[in-house]
Design a protein around this ligand. Sequence first.
Ligand SMILES: Cc1cc2nc3c(=O)[nH]c(=O)nc-3n(C[C@H](O)[C@H](O)[C@H](O)COP(=O)(O)O)c2cc1C
Length: 223
Amino acid sequence: MNVTDAIQSRISTRGFLDRPVCEEKVREVLKVARWAPSGGNLQPWKVHVVMGAGRARLIATVTKAIGDNPFADEAELAIYPPKLGEPWRSRRFAVGEEMYALLAIARDDKPARLQWLLKNYQFFGAPVGLFFSLPRQFDKGQWAHLGMFMQSLVLAAADKGLATCMQEAWAARAKTVSAFLGLSDDEQLYCGMALGYADPDAPVNKLRSSREEVDAFATFIRK
Ligand SMILES: Cc1cc2nc3c(=O)[nH]c(=O)nc-3n(C[C@H](O)[C@H](O)[C@H](O)COP(=O)(O)O)c2cc1C
């Protein structure tokens, strides 16, 4: 798979086959991803991988913590700004509506939407979960490096036939997850990720989000 194909064919996969991914394969993906660049070569990223009984234990812990309070928010970072303006608001709305249409969940069916959102906390059925964190002393520069690492990982996974979904939803469970993973107080959890084999029959995997044309975001200064 060439780089262009990997970038353009990658999607956020939200339906996975019940097919394990061996540790060796996860290690191969991580071995490639570590070649992501970082300013000063700080390599500020840390990754925790949950699989097998570890994954089951984490899901059980988080499910218990969610309990009767699915809206409890342990996030330290706002996933979106409180007042998301245009054009970002419309883009967010559009991709959400397209996803719920594929899932055949109506707009006003709040319980069904909630049940779907809670599937994040089961990695959408993926056999492997990854968590990404950074030392708290780092600021925006290093957060960008972590992003580069995550995208590199996703592309390396795609090259091996593996599907992924980045999951900032886990940030809403940051305290519970950080305690489970044994992160020190100096380490801040950013995001989770589901990793596994895509279920080709899952309707939600038919979602193809749109992108703006180049001239909508790029400015060429020619003179
Ligand atoms: C950092 C990050 C966090 C995300 N968190 C979630 C999440 O918690 N749950 C989810 O279903 N999708 C999540 N997504 C997927 C985005 O919704 C998705 O990337 C976007 O709609 C574009 O679709 P595509 O990835 O299929 O191209 C996340 C994506 C990124 C980059």
